[in-house]
Design a protein around this ligand. Structure first.
Ligand code: SF4
Ligand code: SF4
Length: 135
């Protein structure tokens, strides 16, 4: 996972003030040790360098829809830093569209590990900025 600073994480379009408030409230959960991946998604939107393919077999990669794979076939397709397979609103409710066949790096990121904490810290900052901008 790259540690390079990057632009704001795209949430889900421009949040309305109400959405931003909900997101802001959810960031409180992000600061706790309650690692609920379905209310987070931070590691799936940390860097376009993150969901890269590694030791997957060709058979496994063939199970990932082509439109979700990067043009150079190096990993998942991303919009800014967010993996396109991630549905939902960051910090609120998210889900991986290809969970059963997700890349190895996605399986290796464990709730509470250093990469998780780094991604959650940045998402918390991003959500707070979004909430402040909508206030
Ligand atoms: S592994 Fe950590 S950063 Fe990734 S979704 Fe789960 S709680 Fe969030
Ligand atoms: S493939 Fe799924 S688990 Fe992996 S980064 Fe994308 S949304 Fe997250």
């Amino acid at each position: 996972m790259s540690q390079t600073a990057s632009p704001a994480v795209p949430l889900m379009g421009d949040p309305s003030p109400a959405e931003a408030a909900a997101v802001f409230l959810s960031t409180e959960a992000l600061k706790t040790d309650d690692f609920d991946c379905q209310a987070c998604g931070a590691c799936c939107a940390y860097s376009q360098e993150w969901p890269r393919f590694s030791l997957e077999s060709d058979e496994d990669l063939d199970k990932i829809p082509e439109d979700l794979v990067a043009a150079d076939l190096s990993g998942m397709r991303c919009e800014a830093d967010r993996c396109l397979a991630l549905d939902g609103t960051l910090g609120l409710h998210v889900g991986c569209r290809i969970y059963a066949v997700r890349p190895i790096v996605c399986r290796d990121c464990m709730p509470g590990d250093p990469e998780c904490l780094m991604a959650r810290a940045r998402l918390t900052e991003t959500l707070q900025r979004a909430a402040e901008a909508a206030a």
